[in-house]
Design a binder for this molecule. Structure first.
Ligand SMILES: Cc1cc2nc3c(=O)[nH]c(=O)nc-3n(C[C@H](O)[C@H](O)[C@H](O)COP(=O)(O)O)c2cc1C
Length: 225
């Protein structure tokens, strides 16, 4: 199967979107190395580079693909950073719109709670991806350095996009930080911000028909002259 690579910077940026269905085919090591080398060029406060990224594949990922959904379903949540997903006003509208688009793509109507739940649960098996990048913020870093991690993650997603690869950043993967740390042999000092599933897009997965919109520049940016 061929995966076209975007050629201009604008194409690379626009090609990136959250993909929620991957082929099981792993990404060759040399491509992953190229991608992470680019991700690593991200800027950070005082060049502290406060991210720790664990790229997990193979047996360890298969262990997590079993353990994370089981822990989530059993209510064994372990979040290092609080998140209740309760947005208000325009933010709530955008959240609802994005969810509606996804459920429309997979044909899950409002009353079809079982199908919606099934789609949500796919988060915890990484949408079938062969690799997951878990992004940790080590102690004692806080909000400012979390922004640095965001820059690293965006670099990573754009580098993947430039290679014709797909990704999905997932707060959902931070709900069960303990089993992730346990499987990776990490101490509690490594606080899990989010995970990012990555690999080749499964174009036959209906979830990947989902598209989101953005507010116009005028709503988010003011040009002061
Ligand atoms: C930090 C972060 C966490 C996210 N968490 C999830 C998640 O847990 N599950 C999911 O399906 N999508 C998640 N997303 C994807 C967003 O829903 C998506 O970026 C947004 O709807 C815009 O769509 P796009 O990425 O396709 O442009 C997350 C995105 C970011 C940046």
């Amino acid at each position: 199967m061929s995966f076209s690579r975007p050629s201009t910077f604008a194409d690379v940026v626009r090609h990136r979107r959250s993909v929620r269905g991957f082929l099981s085919q792993p990404v060759p090591k040399d491509i992953l190395e190229r991608v992470f080398e680019l991700a690593q060029t991200a800027p950070s406060n005082c060049n502290t580079q406060p991210w720790f990224c664990a790229l997990v594949s193979g047996d360890k990922l298969e262990t997590l693909r079993e353990r994370i959904p089981a822990a989530f379903t059993a209510g064994e949540w372990s979040m290092d950073f609080s998140y209740d997903g309760q947005y208000q006003g325009v933010y709530r509208e955008r959240q609802t719109q994005a969810a509606a688009e996804l459920y429309r793509a997979v044909g899950a109507r409002r009353e079809d709670k079982a199908l919606r739940h099934k789609q949500f649960m796919r988060n915890f098996s990484f949408f079938g991806a062969p690799h997951v990048a878990f992004i940790f913020l080590p102690e004692p870093f806080g909000l400012r350095e979390a922004a640095d991690c965001g820059m690293f993650a965006q670099n990573l997603m754009l580098a993947l996009s430039a290679e014709g690869l797909a990704s999905c950043p997932q707060t959902a993967l931070s709900f069960t930080a303990d089993p992730v740390r346990e499987v990776l042999g990490l101490s509690g000092e490594y606080r899990l911000l989010f995970g990012l599933s990555l690999g080749y897009e499964d174009r036959s997965d209906p979830a990947n028909q989902c598209r989101t919109e953005r507010a116009g520049v005028g709503e988010a940016v003011v040009f002061y002259d």
